[in-house]
Design a protein around this ligand. Sequence first.
Ligand code: SIN
Length: 277
Amino acid sequence: MASEVLDVRPLDRCGASIDGIDVTCATDDQIDAIRTAIFQRGVVFIQGRVLAPEEQIAFARRLAPIVINRYFPKAERYPEIAKVEKSESQRTNIGGAWHTDHSYDVAPSMGSVLMAVKTPPEGGDTLFADLYAAYDALSPGLKATLRTLKAHHVSAHAFGEGGHYAKSDRPELGGFKDTPEAVHPVVITHPGSGKPVLYVNPAFTTRFVGWTREESMALLSYLYQHATQDRFVRRFQWRAGSMAIWDNRCTWHHALNDYQGHHRLMHRITLEGGPLS
Ligand code: SIN
């Protein structure tokens, strides 16, 4: 991907790496180039130092306005930063299944800025799937059918009373009464790239509008196994100071939970998006 102001290296399957940048003193042109890389490649990876909360917030604000996550614990004095954390004694991690952030919102998030503060000695990688490529690889017939559909995106079964987290050893992440739902087209036009992309995800999409759950799951399950094939998925290994900035409209991610007995702490900032069409 040509960029005169940044060393953006496209990676196979999904994403791009950006070398040699200190995001705390990026120029406006570099910020624009980072945003373009996210829109085109889905996720960018930057290896740097652990940023202070003020630095991460200031950088994220240059990409887009910040939205406050409803459910996750916040960094002390910095509500903009959600703590994605698992302690040595906890079993359940945050984001431990394929999903995209905030698809249950009427105006879903544009992206997320995740920085590793503390990583386990091994494991705790994150998988990213390229939904542009997954959509492109479908047959013309299935694409045409999907373009006629809308789907329900729901948060209650994850964050609500009796939901996944409420029933786990992380009840502080669940039991909420404020559990938004939204309907979005199954194929959207990405607002930043203009490209068509599949916009359903295994965590929050429950059914197609006008279809039963059972009918929907037959097709959704096919799409989920299709999009998570190795050919569309990149695995990212973190070290303290690594940052991933992903686009929630054209990727899914999955935080692997293979580091029981160790502490992992990430600081996540969610970026504002808008209604999808
Ligand atoms: C998330 O799902 O936002 C967190 C991903 C991770 O911790 O790797």
